[in-house]
Write a protein that binds this ligand. Structure first.
Ligand SMILES: [Zn+2]
Length: 127
């Protein structure tokens, strides 16, 4: 169980909420702000409980898959790491593209130059 990297190492909501517990809510002078912050805090606590319930279900189900021989733990880890990498890659900011004002080729905006025609690619700018 301890090898499962998707639950290990990262700070949890509980870590953040323990930090929040140390804030002194009673001495907050701005009661309106304090009330709103408290609502957010309570919402965060409820989400933490929901995540804990979901985590328990996922741990049970993945444990069941491994125990039942549906998949080995190593294969499960490999699949989940590949999935996480794919999700991370899809969230990476893409470079904005523009069409060259001369040849209309789509090029990264960072690779364009301004000319009398507008933004043009490096080939059109130099040629
Ligand atoms: Zn061009």
């Amino acid at each position: 169980m301890s090898r499962r990297p998707w639950f290990a190492g990262a700070p949890t909501r509980a870590d953040f909420n323990q930090l929040a517990d140390r804030l002194d809510w009673a001495d907050e002078a701005e009661t309106g702000v304090s009330s709103n912050v408290r609502k957010l805090y309570e919402l965060d606590r409820e989400q933490e409980r929901e995540i804990a319930r979901l985590r328990m279900v996922v741990e049970e189900l993945t444990g069941l898959l491994v125990t039942a021989g549906v998949i080995t733990e190593d294969a499960l880890i490999t699949r989940l790491e590949a999935r996480r990498a794919a999700v991370s890659k899809s969230r990476a900011p893409s470079r904005p593209m523009v069409n060259c004002a001369s040849c209309t080729t789509a090029v990264p905006q960072s690779d364009t130059y301004f000319s009398d025609l507008g933004e043009v690619c490096s080939l059109c700018f130099s040629g």
